[in-house]
Design a protein around this ligand. Structure first.
Ligand code: KG4
Ligand code: ZN
Length: 328
């Protein structure tokens, strides 16, 4: 029987609690993953930070209860607690962070503060053991970051978006095409009926030597095509192809440049089927998180905690605070 680690993420508008089991040989298994996705923000067209914090406070007890029930455990079985300390909305982060610290005090177990992006990367440990070196592409609604991971726990930023995050671009294009929210799944669904050659998109940052990303040009081109009468399905299919080609092309160039054969792709946009197909065709070993672990969740934070424990990282002091901006 391995150590049971509880993970908590309240960095934005999802209340996530997960449980993983860490075996002595480092093997991990996700025992539970419960997420409450807040709906109160829908009428505002964006996340309202104060409402997010209040919802986390209201939901966290019951989501913890659901996670323990799913894992078939009681609180006394938990051997360590990990919670996200940043980056994210400070008020929202504070709820899960303080809750996690309180639990460790009550249970007398170690506490691990986790970085949200490290959590996204370790979400892929649900599918395959992550052994460095590898490249990690985190593509979500708030982040588009490409890291080189020369050894476990060491992150070198290789590229990042200069404007919108990839998921944000999916959301905005879906909104202008009237496809609904969240935009990623809506674009992906609509694209099935569309022609990817209907709208021509120019490759962003064409000719760059670096490995950065940019989505504002694609977004503007989508707006112009929409105004010119492009059908929503065609727009979705064409935009998705352009975004996927850009993400995959840039990552493949970086993998060649850094001599990496393995790429971890995680974050909400990693759920995209077209992105997964395009990566599968690259010849690289590509690891995606298991279903349900792409978007924000607590299990990914428990997996980051498991990696910290297994590699002998010291537990975090309870003085650790929430940080809105925290480089990995
Ligand atoms: O990781 P996540 O839950 O939140 C952040 O930390 O930002 O990612 C949410 C983002 C949203 O922008 C959503 O539209 C996008 O991930 N997303 C997708 C898909 N599913 C979710 N984008 C493209 N295709 C999908 N299937
Ligand atoms: Zn996230």
């Amino acid at each position: 029987m391995g150590l049971k680690i509880l993970g908590i993420d309240t960095s934005c508008d999802d209340t996530g609690v997960g449980v993983v089991e860490l075996a002595p040989d480092g093997t991990v298994k996700v025992l539970a993953n419960r997420v409450w996705s807040q709906t109160v923000h829908a009428t505002y067209g964006g996340v309202m930070p104060e409402l997010a914090s209040r919802e986390h406070v209201e939901r966290i007890d019951s989501i913890l209860g659901e996670a323990l029930a799913e894992a078939g455990l009681s609180l006394g079985d938990i051997g360590a607690v990990a919670a996200t300390s940043g980056p994210g909305l400070v008020g929202a982060l504070l709820v899960g962070l303080m809750y996690g610290k309180g639990l460790t005090q009550a249970l007398g177990v170690p506490f691990y503060a986790a970085h949200h992006l490290e959590g996204h990367i370790y979400a892929a440990a649900s599918e395959a053991a992550l052994s460095a070196p590898y490249l990690a592409l985190v593509v979500s609604g708030g982040h588009t970051h490409l890291f080189d991971v020369p050894q476990s726990g060491e992150y070198v930023l290789v590229g990042a978006t200069k404007d919108d995050a990839a998921g944000e671009a999916f959301d905005k294009v879906a909104r202008l095409a009237g496809l609904g929210y969240p935009g990623g799944p809506a674009i992906s669904e609509a694209a099935k009926q569309g022609d990817p050659n209907a709208v021509m998109f120019k490759e962003p940052l064409k000719g760059q030597k670096a490995f950065d990303f940019s989505f504002s040009g694609l977004k503007t081109a989508a707006l112009l095509a929409h105004r010119a009468g492009a059908a929503p399905a065609d727009l979705a299919a064409s935009f998705q192809r352009a975004a996927v080609q850009f993400l995959v092309g840039t990552t493949v160039r970086a993998a060649e440049s850094y001599g990496r054969k393995t790429v971890v792709v995680s974050g909400g946009v990693a759920a995209n089927a077209a992105l997964r197909e395009a990566f599968a065709a690259t010849g690289l070993k590509v690891v995606f998180p298991a279903k349900g672990l792409n978007t924000d969740n607590g299990a990914m934070i428990a997996l980051a905690g498991a990696a910290a424990l297994h590699t002998g990282r010291a537990a975090s002091p309870l003085t650790v605070g929430a940080e809105a901006y925290a480089p990995l």
